[in-house]
Design a protein around this ligand. Structure first.
Ligand SMILES: [Zn+2]
Ligand SMILES: [Zn+2]
Length: 246
């Protein structure tokens, strides 16, 4: 398990299991905020990193979404720290197994009922989420219905969960995403709006100044999709020609 200094008050705790899995610990005035909990075998290392950070006790857990690689360590960590756990209200029924995730046939209980609390809405503002410690949550659906990213305004860092994946130091669209169009709209929108100094993703490494890379990435994705559509159309035309010959 590797602990990395991200900014003055943010550290990442990560493992490599064929792909990286990162969570983030953030020093706050009142203690520590943990963003995501990784797989269950990561919990010991996460707890150790929280203790070694020497910034007070864990105060709260914020989750980007309910996939197993983001909530797996939750139970073990809650056994040591009895703290509130927040997730977007739209994600909770999927994480608790009342609804099947849009790309799955069956619902699965990823988090037992009674643990998750909905991220509170900011008072008076239309659907905006309330600030937690130094982090501002933003709803970014697509990869999952209630996916959320957390922006550390003071240190200009975006903790982005599965908003993107990383590949050889570059951002790519996230895998296992039932609504890729919506996911990319969410991703391009929030990165351009916030223009962070750095983006941290769960499965990838740091990318600096991501807003400047969005145009190229958007063009790349569009080209790949057009090519895919062309190949599909060609295949279908061939099959049709074959059928009419027979
Ligand atoms: Zn995910
Ligand atoms: Zn993930």
């Amino acid at each position: 398990m590797g602990v990395k200094l991200i900014t003055e008050s943010i550290r990442s705790v990560g493992v490599w299991v064929g792909l990286p899995i990162n969570v983030w610990i953030v020093a706050e005035q009142d203690g520590i905020t943990l963003v995501d909990t990784g797989m269950s075998f990561m919990s010991k290392g996460i707890i150790k990193a929280i203790q070694r950070m020497d910034a007070g006790p864990l105060k709260r857990i914020l989750l980007t979404h309910g996939h197993a690689d983001h909530v797996g360590g939750l139970q073990n960590i809650l056994r040591v720290y009895d703290v509130p756990v927040y997730m977007h209200a739209a994600e909770i029924p999927y994480a608790e197994g009342q609804l099947a995730y849009p790309d799955k046939d069956k619902a699965h209980v990823h988090v037992e009922k009674g643990i998750l609390q909905p991220l509170p809405l900011a008072s008076g503002k239309n659907k905006e989420l309330d600030v937690h410690g130094s982090l501002i949550p933003y709803w970014t659906p697509g990869h999952s219905p209630g996916h959320v990213v957390y922006f550390h305004r003071g240190e200009n860092a975006l903790l982005a969960g599965d908003l993107f994946n990383g590949k050889r130091g570059k951002l790519i669209p996230p895998r296992f995403t039932p609504d890729p169009e919506l996911a990319m709209r969410s991703a391009f929108g929030i990165v351009r709006e916030l223009d962070p100094e750095r983006i941290e993703v769960c499965h990838g490494s740091t990318v600096y100044r991501p807003a400047g890379k969005m145009d190229d990435l958007e063009a790349e994705i569009r080209q790949a999709r057009e090519l895919e559509a062309k190949l599909k159309a060609r295949k279908e035309a061939k099959a049709k020609a074959k059928r009419s010959k027979a």
